[in-house]
Ligand binder design. Structure first.
Ligand code: GLN
Length: 477
């Protein structure tokens, strides 16, 4: 079976009609991982036993002529920030090097209930902090399109595996761009749903008011199938929304003619690479020719988004990461003399440089005397950013922007300059702060054949619309 261009439906129907078996499909993917992943580094842990058991179950159903569930026999990968019962889950950190969770993340449970075959756990930046996957404590991931370049981050392994046909789809997490940006760098589709759309039970927390789980896929339709599978209320996550889940797949083919698409000048300013600008402008022309109305909108607080995000995200991270103290679950340093010495040494040995930087930034921002000036102020600006979008969405159905100001950069190019790395998150952190959904869809290439991503942002719980717009573009492009 040709692994290239294997979509969810192609894989599922091949298993259903016995053209292949789910076991053979899993084995072929493992063979591909064996061959390619030494260079790329997308997987941290393989869950072969679990995968083959599930594949067997799907083959049994198919052999009995029973209809397979929507992801029946489809090989998938899970970012290593999502708990998998009995399968090591590290969050890309040495501090969780040996952590084997006692339960599954709800999104994983739902994927498996829909028949997905979990091949393994995907490499990522440590605790999802990063934009290049160079902050993984284990190894960086290389971009399959150019091995000297980063795949983006923090869901770099999830994006690279889909791009290199080592999984049909993967789950990633997005706090400030970590699904959308690596999708754009690797030339795949990446969707961040509305805050609360997908349960985060079992997700290792980075910044709880910003964390989202979302799919990385080869096609918009595959992203829609996965979202339909994982979305919806979960009693185990009180922040998951009790909002009905539409049939995202059925809505994909509705015409886009007459839709109003916003274009904000704040997303086309200084720092935007010319080739990216050109590609995104080309996409806007394409929407015009599809009968969409292009409407200028203004998102005036955009310049404050990066500092706001890096205050709130680090503050929440400093609080969330306090639990890794060497007592339970996480790495414990040897040779400590006292309890506080044990805490200190365990955290010092277990966390990498970027995670430590963020814990210090966040602790500072929350400390007495600075709270009002930093954290509280940032929350107020967050409200203004959200209002910008509310205002814009009174006039338009979706907003189109570049996903990232540049295509994939070289390994090492920004790793010694955290500020440059943070600033490149400019187009993705706004939606995260506002809690609205966003999707990145491939939109051409640079002269050097590096993928470019087009971002489409929607209203709260407006995933059906952005998926439809992305699908129309994908079909037309
Ligand atoms: N690049 C951003 C950061 O480093 C976003 C990460 C994410 O979305 N998890 O925080």
């Amino acid at each position: 079976m040709d692994l290239n261009n294997l979509t969810i439906e192609a894989a599922r129907s091949a298993v259903q009609d016995r053209t292949t078996t789910a076991v053979a499909l899993a084995e072929e993917h493992y063979a591909r991982i064996q061959k390619e992943d030494g260079q790329i580094g997308a997987f941290l842990t393989l869950s072969k036993e679990r995968a083959l058991e599930q594949a067997d179950r799907m083959d049994f159903m198919a052999a009995e002529g029973k209809p397979l569930p929507p992801l029946g026999g489809v090989p998938v990968g899970i970012k290593d920030v999502m708990s998998t019962r009995g399968v090591r889950t590290t969050a890309g950190s040495k501090i969780l090097d040996k952590y084997v969770p006692p339960c599954d993340c709800t999104a994983v449970t739902r994927m498996e209930a829909a028949g997905a075959v979990v091949l393994g756990k995907m490499n990522c930046d440590e605790f999802a902090m990063g934009s290049s996957n160079e902050n993984s404590a284990f190894r960086p991931v290389r971009n399959p399109r150019d091995l000297n370049r980063v795949p983006g981050g923090s869901s770099g392994g999830s994006a690279a595996a889909v791009a290199a046909d080592m999984a049909v789809v993967t789950l990633g997490s997005d706090t400030g761009g970590s699904v959308r940006q690596p999708a754009s760098f690797c030339g795949v589709v990446g969707l961040m749903p509305t805050y609360g759309r997908v349960s985060r039970y079992g997700l290792i927390a980075f910044a709880s008011s910003l964390d989202h789980i979302g799919p990385l896929a080869k096609t918009v339709k595959d992203a829609a199938i996965v979202l339909r599978t994982i979305a919806g209320r979960d009693p185990m996550d009180s922040t998951s929304a009790d909002v009905p889940v539409p049939d995202y797949v059925a809505e994909l083919d509705k015409p886009v003619r007459g839709l109003k698409l916003g274009v904000a000048k704040e997303y086309f300013g200084e720092g935007l690479d010319d080739e990216v600008r050109h590609a995104v402008e080309g996409a806007i022309d394409k929407f015009n020719s599809l009968g969409c109305e292009i409407v200028p909108v203004s998102l005036p607080h955009t310049p404050y988004a990066v500092p706001t995000y890096y205050l709130i995200a680090t503050a929440e991270a400093s609080s969330n990461l306090a639990r890794y103290d060497g007592v339970r679950y996480s790495h414990r340093a040897r040779g400590a003399k006292t309890l506080s010495d044990m805490y200190r040494r365990s955290r010092d040995q277990g966390f990498g440089a970027e995670v430590k930087r963020r814990i210090m930034l966040g602790t500072y921002a929350l400390s007495a005397g600075y709270y009002d000036a930093y954290y509280l102020k940032a929350q107020k600006v967050r409200t203004l950013l959200t209002r910008d979008f509310d205002e814009a969405f009174r006039k338009v159905d979706a907003i189109v922007t570049p996903t990232s100001p540049t295509a994939a950069f070289r390994l090492g190019e920004k790793s010694n300059d955290p500020l440059a790395m943070y600033l490149a998150d400019i187009y993705t952190v706004t939606a995260s702060l506002a809690g609205i959904p966003g999707i990145s869809v491939p939109c051409g290439e640079t002269r050097e054949k590096l993928p470019i991503g087009l971002q489409i942002l929607g209203k709260h719980f407006g995933e059906a619309t952005i998926l439809r717009v992305a699908h129309a573009y994908e079909q037309a492009a």
